[in-house]
Design a protein around this ligand. Structure first.
Ligand SMILES: Nc1ncnc2c1ncn2[C@@H]1O[C@H](COP(=O)(O)OP(=O)(O)OP(=O)(O)O)[C@@H](O)[C@H]1O
Ligand SMILES: CC(C)(CO)[C@@H](O)C(=O)NCCC(=O)O
Ligand SMILES: [K+]
Length: 256
């Protein structure tokens, strides 16, 4: 079985793939101090608690935080006796081309989303991922990653307001009833929520115009449904997009 690990700047997701489906998924905060032994205690406890009997033979990692990779490699080596595939490293091949400026290190999560999006929905696609940052990945007709857009994440935008302005509280995102807020929290939520609806629509329209063709839009990340509920911004929402991409890349590298 395959252990797929998706490390974002905020959260890390571990999923076990039995070749047909994910039999378990667990989420933890991304912390580079965590050692291989700590990961294993956490993982094995959850597996036991849920009665998951998994014989992990393979590990694949996508990490937007370079320093956590070391301990995850040790986890893989020490506890599962296998060398992990690490997306973005030369020995982990991608099934699609990457056409960007020389020297650019594209975030592995964006490459994985590209692979997953192309596998499930075909080319001429925009993948919008609502993570720590909100990213737009542009997938060409042949599945290549050809660039995109990086915008500040939804929670990051709200947090930045709170951090920078003494009178602005910490606020969670939600869909405001109205655009005109009549209290501080409602004003902040309106700015970020409706601002984001506009941001997503404008960027997708401009990508389509720049490329001179229609493009499907798939969204992923925990906050995507909140925005879709206000207005139709995406053709599809896929909660598991990144994990699916990791299984596709693993299969590509193992010739399965
Ligand atoms: N309706 C909601 N309201 C507020 N927060 C939500 C809602 N749904 C999901 N979230 C939160 O949104 C965040 C987005 O999750 P997601 O996995 O997409 O990105 P992340 O893990 O925070 O980012 P990264 O992958 O960059 O670490 C999560 O922290 C999740 O708990
Ligand atoms: C943009 C983030 C932070 C989104 O997770 C990640 O993909 C990243 O660190 N990217 C590196 C730069 C790039 O993708 O061009
Ligand atoms: K993510």
């Amino acid at each position: 079985m395959l252990l797929a690990i998706d490390c974002g700047n905020t959260n890390t997701v571990f999923s076990i793939w039995d070749g047909t489906r994910f039999i378990a998924t667990w989420r933890t905060a991304t912390e580079h101090q965590r050692t291989a032994d700590q990961y294993y205690v956490w993982l094995s406890t959850l597996m036991e608690f849920q009665g998951i009997e998994a014989n992990i033979t393979d590990v694949i990692i996508s990490s937007t935080v370079p320093r956590v990779v070391f301990n995850l490699r040790v986890l893989s080596d020490r506890y599962f006796g296998t060398r992990p595939y690490v997306v973005g490293r030369p020995d982990c091949e991608l099934p699609v081309d990457v056409r960007v400026d020389a020297g650019t290190q594209v975030g592995p999560d964006r490459l994985v989303n590209t692979v997953a999006g192309y596998d499930l929905y075909g080319g001429d696609l925009i993948v919008v991922d609502f993570g720590t940052a909100t990213t737009f990945d542009v997938v060409d007709t042949d599945g290549a990653y050809v660039g995109g857009v990086i915008a500040p994440g939804v929670n990051l935008s709200l947090e930045a307001l709170h951090q920078a302005a003494a009178a602005l509280p910490h606020v969670d995102i939600s869909k405001p009833q109205r655009v005109v807020g009549t209290n501080t929290v409602a004003c902040m939520q309106s700015g970020v929520f409706w601002g984001y609806v506009g941001l997503v629509r404008e960027i997708c329209n401009r990508i389509r115009a720049e490329r001179g063709r229609d493009m499907k839009i798939v969204s992923t990340g925990g906050l995507a449904p909140l925005f879709q509920q206000a207005e139709t911004l995406f053709d599809t929402y896929d909660d598991d997009l990144t994990m699916h991409g990791l299984t596709v890349i693993h299969k590509h590298n193992t010739g399965g």
